[in-house]
Design a protein around this ligand. Structure first.
Ligand SMILES: NC(=O)c1ccc[n+]([C@@H]2O[C@H](COP(=O)([O-])OP(=O)(O)OC[C@H]3O[C@@H](n4cnc5c(N)ncnc54)[C@H](OP(=O)(O)O)[C@@H]3O)[C@@H](O)[C@H]2O)c1
Length: 347
């Protein structure tokens, strides 16, 4: 259902941000263990997402996952400006943004970050991610069969040219940290070998039906914080992004049973599991009630060890955000984006 701005008019008691746990990054920085996703996709307007950010901050969220490609950084920036003029200091809030695929060029990285900074009116970013390891663009809202005419596979030399500029962003103080998103182990191996400034975090799909156990453990071993997107299984994603094989963690009988025993929505079980496992979930919501219950889920009684074990067994290797639009050939399977054989899929 589309959100209406009027929904946000009702003041409610929130959560004391001091009670929300942090994850300590390799730099020593403390990142709030839950963030609000801000991708409204087709169904939530830019204004409604900005209102959601404002409301979320008022109930205790201190971490926002933004991206230039979401198209709403300007609207969110107006909320941040008002927030930093009144109730909050800039260093009390964690702001992430991301470099979009059409800005990987050496001369595009810094201006693109500067644009996000100016839109978000944030002064600096806490974390700036390379959104995808491919410079393959696609128009918003396109069908999964759409292909960018100049699409290419992963080319490490090119990625490193982009990464060098990401490092300059840190040198210049525009961003505190840099990181990656939608990576795989073989790509990360190369980056860690060649980076002067290592990524502190990798944003990736993580939920009970897609746990990526090997990559998850790899990241923790390397001191890279996993940030989990679509932590609830992205129930609001457009139909064009769904396939018959997709499953839904919030409809899983085990999750439903745990939720029933706790008297919460299954989404809260997914969020609790994510935090207790060690990733930072960034659930999207434009619904005030859901935003609050997701945050309350972080500070209320944790899942029992038996529940954590039961959820660990639910992994179905079911990737929901497959990335088909970033493929570089017509006759390819989306798996090629994810290096299924443990080596980078060649051209
Ligand atoms: N790095 C990347 O490539 C990448 C890719 C995808 C997503 N992301 C980030 O991750 C964020 C979250 O991912 P997502 O939006 O795909 O999936 P998600 O967070 O798993 O699911 C969001 C959906 O769940 C619903 N929801 C949230 N809390 C709920 C609750 N307590 N009870 C019932 N329903 C609830 C929301 O509806 P309501 O609005 O009605 O609450 C919304 O439709 C995005 O916004 C974006 O910031 C990053």
């Amino acid at each position: 259902m589309p959100s209406t701005l009027a929904q946000f008019d009702q003041p409610v008691a929130g959560v004391d941000p001091a009670l929300v746990p942090f994850r300590t990054l390799s730099s020593g920085a403390r990142m709030p263990s839950i963030g609000l996703g801000t991708f409204g996709s087709d169904h939530v307007s830019h204004e409604a997402v900005a209102e959601a950010v404002k409301y979320a901050a008022s109930i205790g969220y201190r971490h926002f996952d933004c991206a230039s490609v979401y198209g709403n950084e300007e609207q969110i920036g107006r909320v941040f400006r008002a927030m930093f003029q009144k109730e909050l200091r800039r260093n009390e809030v964690w702001i992430t943004s991301k470099l979009w695929n059409d800005k990987h060029g050496e001369n595009d990285v810094i201006p693109s970050c500067e644009k996000s900074l100016s839109d978000l009116q944030a002064g600096y970013l806490d974390l700036y991610l390379v959104h995808w390891p491919f410079p393959n663009h696609h128009p918003p809202g396109c069908d999964v069969s759409a292909r960018y005419a100049h699409a290419v596979p992963y080319i490490h030399g090119n990625y490193m040219r982009t990464w060098r500029k990401m490092e300059v962003l840190v040198d210049r103080g525009l961003v505190r940290h840099i990181g990656t998103s939608n990576m795989t182990i073989p790509k990360m191996e190369l980056l860690l070998r060649d980076a002067r400034i290592k990524p502190v975090a990798n944003e990736m799909e993580l939920h009970p039906h897609f746990q990526q156990p090997e990559f998850f453990r790899y990241l923790l071993d390397k001191g890279i914080q996993p940030i989990g997107y679509s932590p609830i299984g992205s129930p609001g994603r457009p139909e064009r992004d769904q396939t018959p094989e997709d499953t839904s963690p919030v409809e899983d009988p085990v999750i439903l049973e745990i939720a029933q025993n706790l008297g919460v929505h299954p989404a809260i079980v997914c969020i609790k599991w994510a935090i207790q496992r060690g990733q930072i979930p960034i659930p999207f919501s434009a619904n005030p009630r859901n935003m609050l219950s997701n945050l309350l889920g972080v500070v209320s009684k944790p899942l029992a060890p038996a529940d954590m074990e039961a959820i660990a067994k639910l992994d179905r290797n079911c990737r929901l955000i497959k990335g088909q639009v970033f493929l570089w050939k017509d006759d390819q399977s989306w798996e090629d984006l994810w290096d299924p054989n443990g080596r980078i899929t060649p051209a």
